[in-house]
Design a protein around this ligand. Structure first.
Ligand code: 5GP
Length: 140
C-alpha cells in the first residue's frame, strides 16, 4: 500500500484543512480529534509521510512517542485525568480510516467509558479542550 498525499491529515499538515493545534515541533504535529471519544482526545502525527505503524521509520516512531509522552502528561493535568488510553490502528482491517500514521491520546477518568466513534464533537468545546492542553504545555 502506498501513501496517499491527499489524505485528510496531509491536508491538515499543509494547512489546507483547519485543525485545533495542541503542539508541534520539527518532526511532529498534535491536534484535536473532531470526533472526540473522550474530553481532550487528540492525535499525534509525524510531519513526514507514512501510512501507519507498518511503514513508519524508527525516527518517525521515536519522534511521535516523544510528543505522545509530552502531550499525554499535559492531558493528565489539563483534565485532572486518572489515565490515558493510547490507540493506533493500521490498515482498514486494523480499524484505520485516515492513512497517515497517527496515535490517539484519550484522557480517561475512572469509571467513565469512552464515547462511540464517529460522532462529531462540539467545536467550541473541542477548542476549549485544546486551549486547556496548550495552557499546561505553556506553563512547562
Ligand atoms: P483512525 O484512522 O485511527 O480510525 O481514526 C481517524 C481519526 O481521525 C478519527 O478518530 C476521526 O474522528 C478523526 N478525523 C477524521 N477526520 C478528521 C478531520 O477532518 N479533522 C480531525 N481533526 N480529525 C478527523
Amino acid at each position: 500500500m502506498s501513501y496517499d498525499p491527499d489524505n485528510i491529515f496531509a491536508k491538515i499538515l499543509r494547512g489546507e484543512i483547519p485543525s485545533f493545534k495542541v503542539y508541534e515541533d520539527d518532526d511532529t504535529y498534535c491536534f484535536m480529534d473532531i470526533m472526540p471519544r473522550s474530553d481532550g482526545h487528540c492525535l499525534v502525527i509525524p510531519k513526514t509521510p507514512c501510512r501507519n505503524i507498518l511503514d513508519a521509520s524508527p525516527a518517525q516512531l521515536s519522534a511521535c512517542m516523544a510528543t505522545v509522552n509530552k502531550v499525554a502528561n499535559a492531558c493528565m493535568t489539563a483534565f485532572n485525568a486518572d489515565g490515558i488510553t493510547l490507540q493506533q490502528f493500521s490498515e482498514a482491517a486494523g480499524g484505520q480510516e485516515v492513512f497517515h500514521l497517527h496515535f490517539h491520546i484519550l484522557p480517561r477518568l475512572d469509571g467513565l467509558a469512552t464515547r462511540p466513534a464517529g460522532k462529531m464533537g462540539d467545536m467550541e468545546q473541542i477548542k476549549a479542550h485544546a486551549d486547556a492542553i496548550t495552557a499546561v504545555l505553556a506553563a512547562g
